[in-house]
Design a protein around this ligand. Structure first.
Ligand code: G
Ligand code: G
Ligand code: MN
Ligand code: NA
Length: 253
């Protein structure tokens, strides 16, 4: 079956799934949030990772409905967790196409209202290229999102072509340090310097930092000592279904 048809069918049939990966404080390890990561069940029951379908969904525009589904589903789930006593901020990825949508803030507002999730418990992950595409428009969109009370994180920071000027112009809360740097901090001094540099830059601009792809205890120690605020990666947990996450949280209480 053609991928696009398969995606449309998955949406209609409920074969889209969100997995959630914990985000923990670098010092102390407390779980403060999760990142919602989209998967699509194919006909054989296999879960397709987003790399296999997001690019096409972006091209065809299908990302608009997939993204809307992910946003609402993540908000509802985080609201249920809050009611169950787990206060977790949920991070949802936005594609460039979604970020370009003039109705984005209104859609986000509706997802918050429809789910009952407090805006402070939602974080939107955007890419540098989304912000760089049209700075005027990005400034407007970010201001509208901030007015709602949601947090904004720049994903894969340091990997794109971008100007650092946007960091002072735009109301951003966090930088997510790309996995490609994190995975080298204990073996490559240059990567270690880049990561320290990002953390110091972020803090001097009053931004928090999240390191992604933390896999080893050594990386975690490096990040903690460098002052990184939050960590995410296989060292703590892989992305997992909501129920598995609940069991995982219960074992940590
Ligand atoms: O595990 P991982 O393979 O989940 O994710 C791969 C990439 O897919 C990541 O860069 C992530 O940002 C992107 N991604 C995951 N879920 C979503 C989503 O709901 N929307 C968008 N636009 N991208 C997503
Ligand atoms: O949004 P983004 O590109 O940053 O999505 C995070 C991606 O990183 C997802 O594909 C997720 O499954 C993956 N990921 C999360 N933690 C780790 C990790 O510790 N190691 C590796 N290799 N990948 C990870
Ligand atoms: Mn992300
Ligand atoms: Na990322």
């Amino acid at each position: 079956l053609e991928l696009e048809a398969q995606l449309r069918r998955a949406l209609a049939r409920g074969d889209l799934v969100l997995h959630y990966q914990p985000i923990c404080e670098a010092a102390g390890g407390r779980v403060v949030g999760v990142e919602a990561l989209l998967r699509c069940r194919d006909d054989g029951g296999r879960l397709m990772p987003p790399g296999e379908f997001i690019p096409l969904a972006e091209e065809t525009g299908l990302i608009m409905v997939l993204g809307e589904w992910a946003l609402l589903t993540a908000c509802r789930q985080a609201c249920r967790w809050q009611q169950a006593g787990w206060t977790l901020r949920v991070a949802v990825n936005l594609s460039t196409r979604q970020f370009r949508d003039a109705q984005l803030a209104e859609r986000v507002r509706q997802c918050l209202a429809g789910s009952g999730l407090p805006a402070a418990l939602l974080k939107l992950e955007i890419t540098e290229s989304s912000v760089m595409e049209d700075a005027e428009r990005a400034a407007q969109t970010l201001a509208e999102l901030k007015a709602l009370g949601v947090a904004i994180s720049v994903d894969d920071f340091g990997t794109g072509y971008s100007s650092l000027a946007y960091l002072r112009r735009f109301p951003i809360d966090q930088l997510k340090i790309d996995r490609s740097f994190v995975s080298e901090v204990t073996h490559h001094p240059d990567s270690a310097s880049i990561v320290r540099g990002i953390i110091d830059l972020a803090h001097s601009l009053r931004l928090k930092t999240v390191a992604e792809g933390v896999e080893t205890e050594e990386e975690q120690i490096f990040l903690r000592e460098a002052g990184c605020d939050l960590v995410q990666g296989y060292l703590h947990a892989r992305p997992m279904e909501a129920e598995a996450l609940e069991r995982w949280l219960a074992t940590r209480e």
